[in-house]
Design a protein. Structure first.
Length: 80
C-alpha cells in the first residue's frame, strides 16, 4: 500500500486484535510512511455469517423461458 500523500510504499507496523473493544471491527493494522512520516490505521470489519440458500442454477440463466421448453422435451424423442 502506498502513502496517500507522497506515494512511497508504507511500512507495516503491526496488527492488533479489537474483538473486546468494538463489535464493528476485529483487527486494526498500522502502517507508516518512511518518507513523509504519515501514519495510517486500517480497520477490518467483523465478518458476519450470512445465511444463503443454495439454489440450483437455471439451464439457461440468460433466457429463462427456455427452461420450460427444455423441461417439456421428451428425451426419448431426442434419441431417435
Amino acid at each position: 500500500m502506498n502513502c496517500w500523500h507522497c506515494g512511497t510504499e508504507l511500512i507495516w507496523g503491526g496488527d492488533h486484535d479489537l474483538e473486546d473493544m468494538t463489535d464493528e471491527y476485529d483487527m486494526v493494522t498500522n502502517l507508516s510512511c518512511p518518507n513523509c512520516g504519515a501514519y495510517v490505521e486500517v480497520y477490518r470489519p467483523v465478518q458476519r455469517e450470512q445465511k444463503s440458500e443454495v439454489k440450483e442454477p437455471a439451464y439457461s440463466p440468460d433466457a429463462p423461458w427456455l427452461d420450460d421448453a427444455i423441461d417439456r422435451v421428451d428425451p426419448k424423442k431426442l434419441e431417435s
